[in-house]
Design a protein around this ligand. Structure first.
Ligand code: NAD
Length: 393
């Protein structure tokens, strides 16, 4: 089996899907790698390193795709790129098939076996393949460093000859994978950290990282799948009142709250921003899903009421070396799981395969995606956004 590692087709994306150290381990399991020239350059993985690890370097994308059994990439392909994939080959990538319907149709028409890594069930067995977690880890960490860089204050408490400096107060909204990493990073920098989430189960995890959990009397919004659902209007009001009190005291707010398939919940209003001290910082990881802060502008840093609001959308790319390494390890584990002796071993009764293979043999095979794309169910759900895309992209 031969996998193709391409240069990511999105401007500014620095990550690469497979790093040189994975090439050897894949080859040991009869999975050879071809790499498009320069594919890893932005993530500091040179063609020479890939070659030394045993990869073939192809000068062009067409040469790369010509004999690839599977293309492994991070960002979803554009529609025009699908036509370049070899018929009958596989694509392993973030795909967001619950909302990217045209892409799914194009992949089926091209008879591509499309494996959406964002749809891998988040079970214990699949943990090592979980790109949403690995990339959210990088995003949560980088978000805090950006906040620290933009804040005109120290994070830790300092006792100096020039007086005592109070520690920065950091509020983390949403304590999923990115949020917990943000809490840990802010604590390591010495900040006093508070965190809030609508899933009550995370209280213990927040506290174990040395942060205070902000208690709000709302229903527990955890779903069976471990994600959050939208709160009732009454709970939203109570939550807003509580968050307003904590936002006003914070030097830094790190926003990470997402609800799968919906726009991100608006948790920080313009009024709350106005209540913050001038010089404070908000980093909004939900920017790509329209933001947790009302004043966030995706891809931009703006200053409103003296508060710097960072709507960053390339946190994982900024962490390209380790984000690529982690993604690559996730891909190794996935490929080992779905192949044997260099051949596909796709067991559609297996929950990881059934959950992540979207198209196969010219058909849409994923039940949920199939239902969404069927003419009778003919709906994009209105305002749907990819689950957890903010952190993974
Ligand atoms: P996510 O990116 O979808 O959401 C981030 C966080 O935002 C979640 O914790 C969510 O509860 C929170 N949120 C949503 N609405 C909110 C609101 N109005 N106010 C405050 N917070 C709000 O989630 P994620 O980080 O991808 O993962 C969610 C959970 O999935 C994890 O924390 C974990 O429990 C589970 N998970 C399990 C595994 C595993 O078992 N292998 C792996 C990864 C994640």
């Amino acid at each position: 089996m031969r996998i193709a590692v391409r240069r990511e087709g999105v401007a500014g994306e620095r990550r690469v899907s497979i790093v040189p150290e994975s090439v050897k381990r894949l080859a040991a399991k009869k999975i050879d790698a071809s790499v498009e020239a320069g594919a890893g350059a932005a993530a500091f993985a040179s063609d020479e390193e890939y070659r030394a690890a045993g990869a073939r370097i192809d000068p062009t994308l067409d040469a790369l795709l010509a004999d690839a059994d599977a293309v492994v990439q991070i960002r979803p392909p554009r529609l025009d790129e699908v036509a370049r994939l070899k018929e009958g080959s596989a694509l392993v990538s973030l795909l967001f098939p619950l909302v990217e319907h045209d892409l799914v149709r194009a992949l089926a028409a091209r008879k591509v076996t499309a494996i959406a890594v964002d749809m891998i069930p988040r079970t214990t067995v699949a943990q090592m393949m979980d790109v949403l977690s690995s990339q959210a880890t990088a995003a949560g960490y980088e978000a805090v460093l950006m906040a620290a860089g933009a804040l005109p204050k120290f994070f830790p408490m300092l006792m100096t000859a020039a007086g005592t400096i109070a520690p920065a107060r950091v509020l983390v909204l949403g304590a999923g994978v990115a949020g917990l990493q943000a809490i840990g990073t802010a604590r390591r920098l010495g900040a006093v950290v508070e965190a809030f989430d609508v899933r009550k189960a995370v209280k213990e995890q927040v506290e174990s990282l040395g942060a205070k959990f902000v208690e709000v009397e709302t229903e527990d919004a955890a779903t069976a799948g471990g994600y959050a659902r939208e709160l009732s209007d009454d709970s939203k009001r109570r939550q807003a009142e509580a968050i307003a009190r904590h936002v006003a005291k914070a030097d830094v707010v790190v926003c990470t709250a997402l609800i799968p398939g919906r726009r991100a919940p608006v948790l920080v209003s313009g009024e709350m921003v106005a209540s913050m001290k001038a010089g404070s910082v908000i980093v909004d990881l939900a920017a790509e899903q329209q933001g947790n802060c009302e004043l966030t502008k995706a891809g931009q840093t703006v200053v409103e009421h003296g508060v710097t609001i960072i709507g960053v959308t390339d946190l994982t790319s900024r962490m390209c070396a380790h984000a690529s390494q982690m993604y690559s390890r996730n891909m190794e584990k996935l490929l080992f799981y779905i192949t044997k002796d260099g051949a596909w071993k796709l067991d559609f009764k297996d929950e990881i395969v059934a959950g992540s293979v979207i198209t196969h043999g010219g058909e849409i095979v994923h039940p949920k995606v199939k239902e969404l794309l069927a003419p009778a169910g003919n709906s994009d759900g209105g305002g749907n956004v990819p689950p957890s895309a903010g952190a993974a992209r």
